[in-house]
Every structure is written in C-alpha cells, then in structure tokens.
Design a protein around this ligand. Structure first.
Ligand SMILES: [Zn+2]
Length: 309
C-alpha cells in the first residue's frame, strides 16, 4: 500500500537571466518506504521482462556518458566534477543492478545529484524509488508524467494495473528548460505521445578524438499497445504527430534510446570494443529510427481507426 501525503505548495520560480531558466517546485510528496521498495524488487518479472532485465557489463558510451542499464532496458550515468546525473530507473528489479554498475565503474551513488526519467511507464520508472533512496538525489520530471511517478502507477494502457514504488518528484521541468551541473547542460524536450510527459534530453558531449558531438536521450515514440482510436488521452494523436515531426528536425549524432535495441547497442558496442572509439557517433541513426517509428505509428493509427468502424 502506497502512503501518500497530499501535494502542496511552495513554488519558487527561479527568475534569472539564463535563456532557459529552470522552474523549481518544492513538494511534499512521499517516497516509497524501504519495505515497499524491497517488496517490489522481490516480485517475479514476466519471461519477456526477465530477459530485458539480464545484467550486462556497464561501459563508457562516449565522453562522460555511461551505460548502466540491463540488456533490454536502459539507464545512463552522466558524470561531472560536481556530481552525477542518472537517467531512468528501469524496473524495480533493475535498480540493484544499476547501483552495482555505477559503483563498478568507479563512481558512487552518493555522488548522484540529479535523477531523471524518460517517462513514467513501469519499465523505466519503477526502479527510481530505490535510486532516489540510495542517492538522495533530486528527482526531476515533467509536469505531465509527475502524477504517475508520485502515484506509483501509470493511469492507462498495458501497464495500468502494474503498481510501482512511488517517487518523490522534487522539481518539475518544462520544454526547453536546461539543467546544469558541473559544466554539463541537459536541455529537456517534452516529446509527448508515448506518454503525455515523455521527456527527451539534448546534451553536448566531447568524443575521444576531442570532437564535439550532440547526444539525444530519446524518450520514445512507439505506440506500445496504447489506444489511439479512441484516444487514450485527448491529444494523443496530435502529440505523436508533433513529436515525430520534432524528432525529424533534431540534429544529433549520438542517439541514446531507452531500449538499447533501438540504437543497435550490441553491434555498436562490439565495434567500440574492437577499437572504434566513435562507434556511437552516427548522424543517420536518429533519422532512420524516426522514419521507422513514424511508419509504425501511421500503420497502427490506420489499423485502430479501421477497427473502430
Ligand atoms: Zn514506455
């Protein structure tokens, strides 16, 4: 049972000269208890998800970006001299692996300052409570996905009956706002559709050869069994369309997805191990993924509309 304390109050708007000021909100929402988190971690995963959750060795993707997730579900560590940023918690059952991976790379959970989430589905959010407990980091989320994180349940679609440990959201971030830490700047792009608050992040990163690259932490734009017709939420179709158009216009040469298969991680990692330090640099990766996602969305929309008639 998830104990919730009513959300409140104190909204501190950071008015500063920066072009993309961060909106800070202090909230008194509850983080799940240690016992609730441990119980979620002890639950059995379905066979498909168990396979996604297979542990793999963490590694440096490029510059200060590390992969700390499992075989089929991503988590990324971005390191800075002033502390680290951790993106996504995967399943509750993945969180212990993520923590072990961070430490195995020589970093420490207590140095994680910011915790981010691509979106509030159980396979990307359920481990966040443990990561928040282990690090004491500030949890940053979009307004539209905040409620699901705080409730510990996404309200519709295939995962609507799957509760997860509730997360305390410390700060709400909006479209175009930047988070900065230790010389690293991450710009939030709210890319709705897959969830109403699906959040992608853009970040500049320096490669091993000293060249500058632009990384996109891609939220997702798969329909993933959700209802477009009738709409799961009123603007879902328009949101997918605008998000796909937006991804189509983004220039990024390092694509980092929240399921590693979507960025051909295994093949790129094999090339990296073989000596290609820029194995994850590929300006064609995002347009190619986006074309596949757009075609899949169009097909699924047509299928669901036809089934309605
Ligand atoms: Zn999802």
């Amino acid at each position: 049972m998830v104990i919730r304390i009513a959300a409140l109050a104190l909204i501190a708007l950071a008015a500063c000269a920066a072009p993309a000021p961060v909106q800070e909100q202090t909230r008194a929402t509850a983080l799940a208890t240690e016992a609730q988190i441990a119980a979620a971690e002890a639950e059995a995963l379905s066979d498909d998800w168990l396979e996604w959750n297979t542990p793999i060795e963490p590694f440096n993707v490029i510059g200060n970006i590390y992969y700390v997730g499992a075989e089929g579900i991503s988590a990324y560590l971005i390191t800075t001299p002033d502390g680290h940023i951790l993106l996504d918690g995967a399943f509750a059952q993945t969180a212990p692996q993520i923590i072990a991976n961070v430490e195995r790379l020589g970093f420490h959970m207590r140095d994680v300052r910011l915790l981010l989430n691509s979106h509030a589905h159980v396979d990307h959010a359920a481990g966040l409570a443990r990561l928040q407990l282990a690090s004491g980091a500030e949890m940053v989320a979009s307004e539209a996905d905040r409620g699901a994180l705080e409730a510990g349940r996404f309200p519709y679609g295939p995962s609507e009956d799957l509760a997860f440990p509730a997360i305390r959201v410390d700060r709400v971030i909006g479209d175009g706002e930047a988070l900065t830490l230790g010389g690293v700047s991450l710009t939030a792009l709210i890319t709705p559709g897959h969830t109403p608050g699906c959040t992608s992040w853009l970040m500049d990163v320096t490669g091993a050869d000293g060249a500058e690259h632009r990384a996109l932490f891609h939220c997702s734009a798969t329909v993933a069994g959700q209802s477009l017709a009738p709409p799961a939420y009123p603007s879902i179709v328009a949101d997918f369309e605008s998000t796909l158009a937006r991804f189509g216009a983004i220039q990024a040469d390092v694509l980092l997805t929240n399921h590693p298969g979507m960025m051909d991680m295994d093949q790129r990692r094999a090339r990296q191990v073989a000596g290609d330090a820029n194995a994850f640099v590929d300006a064609r990766a995002l347009p190619a993924l986006n074309a596949r996602l757009e075609a899949a969305f169009r097909e699924e929309l047509a299928r669901q509309r036809a089934a309605q008639n």
